[in-house]
Design a protein around this ligand. Structure first.
Ligand code: SF4
Length: 656
C-alpha cells in the first residue's frame, strides 16, 4: 500500500433513481422503502475499515439514495481533488434505473471520478447475452467498471483496486456466489433512514436465491437456485443492537422467498425470544410462496415472532397463465385456504399480481380481480405489468424470437408496457387495464370490506397502508413501493438530450402540477375519512341506526323516514338506551363526540359542491343558511376527529 498517496477516500454508495415520463429524475421529499443493497454495502465497507484494508487512509462512506436525495455531481467531483479521492459506486441498479445510472456514470467519468456499477441489471443482462451489449460497452470504454454478481467475499479487494486506480473493467462473481453465513448483516444508518416516512424501519436479506423457476423472474439467474443463508444468531444480534442503539424495530425481510429459508424456524424463535423475554417489540414483513401455509408451524411461529404483513407471489388466478410462466407450484384452488391461514394468525396478506400474461385480456383481468377480491379475499394487492427483465428466461426467449421489445430500459418498471401483447391490441390498453386493476382493488367499497373483516389488531396498520397506496396510485401515479411522499423536481434535473423549459414556463407547469397534486391529495384525504367513518368501531346503537338509514333511499331522506328508522332500532334493541332528542342535539354540537354523526357519504360532497356553485353564482347569502352552518360544523368536527385518530394511531408503532 505504499503507493497510496491520497489521504482521505470518499466512498459514495449511490442508489440511482429513474426518469419519469417527462424525463425528470424521480425524487421525493420522503421515501417509503429504504434500499437493502445500500445497507449491505455499508456493512461490507464497515468490515473493510475494521480489517484495516486501507492503512494510513481515512475512509468516509456516504450513502445516497437518489429517490430521496439529490446527487450533486459537481460537489462529489470536488471531493476528488488534492489529497482526497472520490469513488462512486452505483449500487443495486435495477433495469429501470440503469439509464439513469449510466448517465450519472458518464457525468462522473467526465470529472475523472472512479465509477463502478453493480446490481441486478448488470448481473442479469451479462448473464443472459453472449456479447457485451452496446450500452455497457460504451460505459466500459469511458472507464466505468462493471461488477457482475454478489460482492460479499470480494469487496475488500475491489475497494483496494479502486483506491489504487487499478480496477478491472469487469468483475464477475456469478460463478462463485458468496456464502452468507459469515457475511456482515446489513447496516442500519439512522441518518439515511431519516429520509423515509418511517425511520424505525430496517431491511435484512436473511437468505438469497430461490429453488423455483418462474420464467419472468431474474432471481434464479442472478442469485441462483441454490439458496444461501445468513446466520440466525447474527440476525438476532443485529436486530437487538439496532433496537437498543438506533430504535429500529420494524423490518422488511427482503428474501424473495422467506418460506424456503432453511433457518426460518430458528429466526422466528429468536425473534419471539427478543419480543417475549427482552421486551423488544420487533415486527416485520416478509415475502413467501403460495405453499408456505403447508409448512408445519410456519404461520403460527411467524405470528409469534411479530410478522405483521406477508407478501405472497400469487401472480395470477388464471391456471393457464401460471402454467405459461412456469409457476407450477401455485395452486389456485388453494389460494383461499392460504389467505385464511394467515388471516387467522392475524397477519395481513398482500398478493403480488401480474397483468399481461399470455392469456390475459381486459375482460379476463376484470373477472380475475372479482375473484381475487370476493373469493380469495386477499387484504392487499400489488399489480405489475409483465416485464421481460434482462436476466429472466422470458427475456432470452423474446430476444431469440425477435419480439419487438422496448429499447428504453427506463420503462422496465412494471408500470409501462414494454412489449406487444395480442390480448391488448389497442395502444395503451394494457397500461389502462393495470390502472383499472389498482383502482378497482383500492376502491372504497373493497377497502371497507377488508377493514371490516380484519379485526381491531390490524385495523390501523391496514388503514395506514391504504393511505400510502391510495396516495401513490392517485397522486403520484407510480407503484406504491417505488413512490414516496411529495414529489420534488429540478428544472434542469432532466434526462440528457432534453432541453429544460424556460424558467417562467417551468414555474407555471410546476404550479399547475402542485395544484393538481393538492387536489388529488384532498380527494384521497376525504375518501379515507369516509372510509374511516364507515369502518371505525361504533357503538351497537350507532351501527343499528346506520343499517336502518342505509335501507332508506339515499336520494331523498325525509324526517319521517329517519323517525321510522329510530323506531326500528328501539324495537330491535330494547336494551340500548336511545338518546333523547335533546341529548342528540347536544351530541351533535359537542366537539368531543362523533356519536351524532350517523351518516356521511358522497351526499356531503354533493352538498358542498352545490353550495360552491351557488357561491360562484354570486349568491353569497346562501352560506349563512342554518343548514350550511350546521353541516360546516359537523364536517369540521369529523375532520378534526379523523385527523386526531390518524395522528394517534399511525404516528407510533404498529401494533404487533
Ligand atoms: S418469482 Fe418468486 S418463486 Fe418464482 S423464481 Fe422468482 S423468487 Fe422464486
Amino acid at each position: 500500500m505504499s503507493s497510496i498517496s491520497k489521504k482521505r477516500v470518499h466512498l459514495y454508495l449511490i442508489k440511482p433513481s429513474s426518469y419519469d415520463d417527462d424525463g425528470y429524475i424521480v425524487r421525493y421529499f420522503r421515501g417509503v422503502l429504504p434500499s437493502n443493497t445500500l445497507a449491505c454495502l455499508a456493512a461490507l465497507t464497515e468490515r473493510a475499515r475494521e480489517r484495516g484494508i486501507l492503512p494510513g487512509l481515512e475512509l468516509r462512506t456516504h450513502l445516497i439514495d437518489e429517490t430521496v436525495a439529490r446527487v450533486d455531481v459537481r460537489k462529489i467531483a470536488r471531493s476528488n481533488r488534492g489529497r482526497n479521492k472520490a469513488i462512486v459506486c452505483l449500487v443495486g441498479v435495477q433495469t429501470s434505473q440503469f439509464p439513469r445510472a449510466a448517465d450519472l456514470a458518464r457525468e462522473f467519468r467526465k470529472s475523472g471520478v472512479t465509477v463502478l456499477i453493480g446490481g441486478f441489471h448488470v448481473s442479469g443482462l451479462l448473464n443472459t447475452v453472449s456479447e457485451i451489449p452496446a450500452q455497457m460497452q460504451d460505459l466500459l470504454d469511458s472507464g466505468v467498471c462493471l461488477v457482475k454478481g454478489e460482492v460479499e467475499e470480494a469487496w475488500d479487494e475491489i475497494l483496494k483496486d479502486a483506491v489504487l486506480d487499478r480496477l478491472e473493467p469487469l468483475y464477475d462473481f456469478t460463478e462463485t456466489r458468496p456464502d452468507l453465513e459469515h457475511a456482515p448483516v446489513p447496516l442500519v444508518d439512522r441518518k439515511y433512514l431519516k429520509r423515509f416516512a418511517s425511520s424505525d424501519f430496517g431491511t435484512v436479506d436473511c437468505g438469497r436465491g430461490c429453488p423455483y423457476k418462474c420464467s419472468f423472474c431474474t432471481i434464479i439467474n442472478v442469485q441462483g437456485q441454490k439458496m444461501r443463508f445468513r446466520s440466525p444468531e447474527a440476525i438476532e444480534q443485529a436486530i437487538r443492537e439496532n433496537y437498543r442503539a438506533r430504535h429500529v424495530w420494524f423490518y422488511f425481510f427482503t428474501d424473495d422467498n422467506f418460506a424456503r429459508n432453511r433457518n426460518w424456524e430458528k429466526i422466528f424463535d429468536a425473534l419471539t425470544r427478543l419480543r417475549e423475554i427482552e421486551g423488544i417489540p420487533v415486527s416485520f414483513m416478509m415475502q413467501v410462496d403460495t405453499q408456505s401455509h403447508r409448512i408445519p408451524r410456519f404461520i403460527d411461529k411467524a405470528a409469534s415472532a411479530g410478522c405483521s404483513n406477508v407478501f405472497i407471489g400469487m401472480e395470477s388466478i388464471n391456471e393457464e397463465n401460471l402454467k405459461a410462466a412456469g409457476k407450477n407450484q401455485n395452486n389456485v384452488g388453494d389460494y383461499r385456504n392460504l389467505i385464511e391461514a394467515y388471516r387467522t394468525a392475524g397477519i395481513v396478506t398482500h398478493a403480488g399480481y401480474i397483468v399481461g400474461f399470455p392469456h390475459d385480456t381486459a375482460e379476463s383481468v376484470q373477472a380475475d380481480l372479482d375473484r381475487l377480491m370476493n373469493e380469495v379475499q386477499v387484504d392487499m394487492a400489488s399489480f405489475f405489468i409483465l416485464t421481460p427483465l434482462p436476466g429472466s428466461h422470458d427475456y432470452v426467449r423474446y430476444l431469440r424470437d425477435g419480439v419487438d421489445l422496448d429499447p428504453d430500459f427506463n420503462n422496465y418498471d412494471s408500470f409501462h408496457q414494454t412489449m406487444p401483447h395480442p390480448g391488448f391490441p389497442e395502444k395503451g390498453s394494457l397500461v389502462k387495464t393495470s390502472h383499472h386493476a389498482w383502482n378497482t382493488f383500492y376502491n372504497r367499497h373493497n377497502m371497507a370490506r377488508v377493514l371490516n373483516r380484519c379485526g381491531e389488531k390490524r385495523y390501523w396498520q391496514l388503514f395506514r397502508n391504504f393511505i400510502w397506496y391510495k396516495t401513490a396510485i392517485v397522486v403520484e401515479r407510480r407503484h406504491p413501493m417505488m413512490a414516496g411522499f411529495l414529489r420534488l423536481k429540478g428544472r434542469k434535473q432532466l434526462r440528457p438530450g432534453l432541453a429544460p423549459l424556460p424558467r417562467l414556463e417551468y414555474l407555471k407547469t410546476r404550479a399547475k402540477e402542485l395544484r393538481l397534486s393538492m387536489s388529488a391529495l384532498s380527494a384521497v384525504f376525504l375518501e379515507m375519512q369516509m372510509l374511516w367513518l364507515e369502518t371505525r368501531k361504533q357503538s351497537e346503537l350507532e351501527k343499528r341506526i346506520r343499517t336502518e338509514i342505509g335501507q332508506l333511499s339515499v336520494q331523498k331522506i325525509h324526517l319521517s323516514d329517519v323517525q321510522r328508522a329510530y323506531a326500528g332500532v328501539r324495537a330491535s334493541l330494547p336494551s340500548v338506551t336511545v338518546p333523547s332528542k335533546l341529548k342528540l342535539f347536544f351530541q351533535k354540537w359537542n366537539p368531543f363526540t362523533l356519536s351524532g354523526q350517523f351518516y356521511r357519504s358522497e351526499e356531503v360532497l354533493g352538498f358542498w359542491k352545490r353550495t360552491s356553485v351557488e357561491l360562484n353564482r354570486g349568491r353569497a347569502w346562501c352560506v349563512l343558511r342554518p343548514t350550511v352552518i350546521k353541516r360546516a360544523w359537523l364536517d369540521f368536527k369529523v375532520t378534526a376527529h379523523f385527523a386526531w385518530a390518524l395522528a394517534l394511531k399511525t404516528g407510533g408503532e404498529v401494533s404487533s
